[in-house]
Design a protein around this ligand. Structure first.
Ligand code: NAD
Length: 295
């Protein structure tokens, strides 16, 4: 049993903290939102009134927050209250530079740290089947792994500090580009008089095969569980796809990498969000590609 403080009990953090409780850990949580605190209390999380109270006596602190600025703010505050040697894990999806700054803050306070963003969405968080992409030292990883095992089914040590966030944004850049490509192919097929099912039957067993086609097919029919069959309810919201594509472009710019397809995908999702569709599943991009009138 490990004493864990969990800061950020939202759509992802709430169920992740609940799985740590189920695994037998003592979890104290804090969130700015009263609704999130109340929901977490119902799952056995002991709710604290402040970050200071939540992290007191914690052997490990986990954060699951919206963006890099929130993580740096919260880590800066909590590091004033934890003992040296405490393990800090950030599972938010944030920019690589902020992740490295967070590690530096922890090191200054003589704490261990991991960046450990996730893939798998709210369904994976609830089921405890997330994939964790982890950056940090071997020592920090071996301490954190048993805790991550309680929330996920695949834990990959990607390298040193920031490597987890780097893996996350590279993966999601592939996802954004491949979904745009699959949507374009279905739109072209429609114009050529080729049925959705025929394109699916060929491409899903040919060289066009990819996750965006076979798991998240952007047209209703071929994959009954894809959000297209449920009026494009997320799933993975287009606004979150845009957030990750922007992070990839920020990292490409600071590292000097050329990512023209990533830039194009970011532009498409930005346009889609501006048209008011950020809350729809990211596969709904197909409406934009069919023509602005239908978007
Ligand atoms: P969310 O908005 O539901 O939860 C974030 C929580 O952080 C909120 O409850 C908010 O009140 C809390 N918070 C913000 N500032 C705080 C502070 N200073 N102190 C305490 N609590 C604070 O977001 P989410 O969907 O849970 O996502 C969290 C992170 O996980 C994001 O970085 C997101 O990109 C990433 N992510 C989300 C998904 C998904 O499908 N939702 C999938 C993978 C990764």
């Amino acid at each position: 049993m490990t004493k864990i403080a969990f800061i950020g009990l939202g759509n992802m953090g709430g169920p992740m903290a609940a799985n740590l409780v189920k695994a037998g850990h003592a979890v104290t949580g804090f969130d700015l939102s009263e609704a999130s605190r109340n929901a977490a209390a119902k799952t056995g999380v002991s709710v604290a009134g402040s970050i200071a109270h939540a992290v007191r006596e914690a052997e490990c602190v986990i954060t699951m927050l919206p963006a890099g600025a929130h993580v740096l703010y919260v880590w800066d505050e909590l590091l004033g209250f934890v003992d040296p040697g405490t393990l800090l894990i950030d599972s938010s999806t944030i920019d690589v530079d902020s992740a490295r700054k967070a590690h530096a803050l922890a090191e200054k306070a003589d704490c261990r740290s991991l960046d450990a963003p996730v893939s798998g969405g709210t369904g994976g968080a609830a089921a405890g089947t997330l994939t964790f992409m982890v950056g940090g030292s071997d020592d920090a990883f071996s301490r954190g792994k048993p805790l991550l095992d309680a929330m996920g089914k695949k834990i990959v040590h990607c390298g040193d500090v920031g490597a987890g966030q780097a893996a996350k944004i590279c993966n999601n850049m592939i996802l954004g580009i491949s979904m745009a490509g699959v949507c374009e192919a279905f739109v072209l097929a429609e114009r050529l008089g080729l049925s959705h099912q025929a394109l699916f039957d060929v491409a899903s067993t040919s060289s066009g095969q990819c996750w965006s086609l076979t798991t998240y097919c952007p047209v209703p029919g071929p994959v009954p569980t894809s959000p297209a069959n449920n009026d494009y309810k997320p799933g993975f919201a287009a606004s979150l796809m845009l957030k990750d594509l922007k992070l990839s472009q920020q990292a490409a710019s600071t590292s000097g990498a050329s990512t023209p397809m990533g830039a194009q995908a970011a532009q498409l999702y930005s346009m889609f969000e501006k048209l008011g569709h950020g809350g729809e599943d990211f596969s709904a991009l197909i409406h934009l590609l069919r023509g602005n009138d239908e978007a």
